[in-house]
Design a protein around this ligand. Structure first.
Ligand SMILES: Nc1ncnc2c1ncn2[C@@H]1O[C@H](COP(=O)(O)OP(=O)(O)OP(=O)(O)O)[C@@H](O)[C@H]1O
Ligand SMILES: [Mg+2]
Length: 296
């Protein structure tokens, strides 16, 4: 297993044609440094258990500032589990136990003195299924700043800023008092992104944020992610490899391996690299098989 960026000599030499096509799907091209710059978060020897079940084994990862990192891999390999560890959402899952470190700006968010609510304010999460509150559009956005006691000069301005930030303002500015349930799925997901950025987080976690959306809504969310990258560090779980190739700077590929004694299908990180490199020249056979559609 290698979790370091591959060097030319360690790469698999003859990439599959289909593999290369993902690299071509990458519309935006920007220089991505060899290692994650100014890592905002760092995961060290992360192991996760659900009761006696070992779900994730020894994951090490770094998330660079103002980068989009994609977590990909077959169903059950632990992507959501790892993502939830990044803002202590697994605290809310009965029987879940986390070992190892998740450092956020150098502080382990699992340290005893750390307040999980503060963690989730700085590290926000957007879920697979849009989940607006049964409230007005305005109150969905204002909710977080209100409950966290954020000092806000003008709530109206903050609501507008968050909705503009999520590219939703023009569509909803005349119906802020209407129920969020009246919005389309794609609009609801942008509302959830607006709700997340309203509390001014640093990191945004997204677990398959487009899987319930049509291609047009998906494309809007992808554009939005690229725009948000200027201000935020984004970590996204996706099953859509074209999406990972289009939006992410770096990709982590996970798989699950059955334990010889227990039979547990434990998730592990196989390869972590710049997205363009991982898709064009994977250096682990398991990555190549997955991205070329031979597995998973
Ligand atoms: N709350 C839970 N209790 C017990 N086991 C769980 C729980 N959540 C996840 N698991 C198990 O942990 C493993 C990893 O699950 P996880 O949801 O992280 O995978 P995933 O990679 O996100 O899969 P998918 O792509 O299907 O969403 C799976 O075997 C799953 O059954
Ligand atoms: Mg998942």
């Amino acid at each position: 297993m290698s979790t370091q960026p591959a060097t030319a000599s360690t790469r698999r030499s003859e990439p599959d044609h289909e593999v290369g096509s993902f690299a071509e799907a990458r519309e935006q091209s920007r220089e991505v440094p060899a290692a994650p710059p100014e890592p905002v978060m760092e995961v060290l020897k992360l192991n996760v258990y659900y009761g006696g079940f070992h779900a994730v084994h020894d994951v090490n990862l770094q998330f660079g500032k103002n980068e989009i990192t994609a977590l990909i891999g077959p169903s059950g390999c632990g992507k959501s589990t790892v993502l939830r560890c990044l803002n202590r959402m697994n605290d809310l899952v009965a029987g879940a136990r986390v070992e190892g470190e998740v450092n956020y700006h150098g502080t382990n968010i699992y340290a005893r003195e750390v307040d999980p609510i503060a963690v989730r304010t700085n590290i926000g999460m957007v879920f697979q299924k849009p989940n607006p509150f049964p409230k007005s559009i305005y109150d969905n956005i204002a909710y977080g700043p209100r409950v966290t006691g954020m000092k806000v000069e003008s709530m109206d301005d903050l609501v507008e800023e968050a909705l503009r930030g999520a590219a939703l303002w023009d569509e909803v500015k005349d119906k802020l008092k209407q129920s969020a349930y009246g919005l389309s799925g794609g609009q609801q997901q942008r509302l959830c992104i607006a709700r997340t950025i309203a509390t001014r987080p640093d990191v945004i976690l997204m677990d398959e944020p487009c899987s319930a959306l049509d291609p047009i809504a998906t494309s809007r969310i992808e554009d939005l992610m690229l725009d948000l990258r200027k201000d935020y560090t984004i970590i996204i779980v996706t099953h859509n490899m074209q999406q990972a190739a289009r939006v992410s700077d770096r990709t982590a590929f996970f798989t699950a391996r059955p334990d010889e004694t227990t039979g547990d299908r434990t998730g592990l990180l196989v390869e972590f690299d710049r997205t363009a490199d991982l898709f064009a020249r994977p250096h682990d056979k398991r990555t190549e098989d997955y991205i070329s559609g031979r597995f998973g």
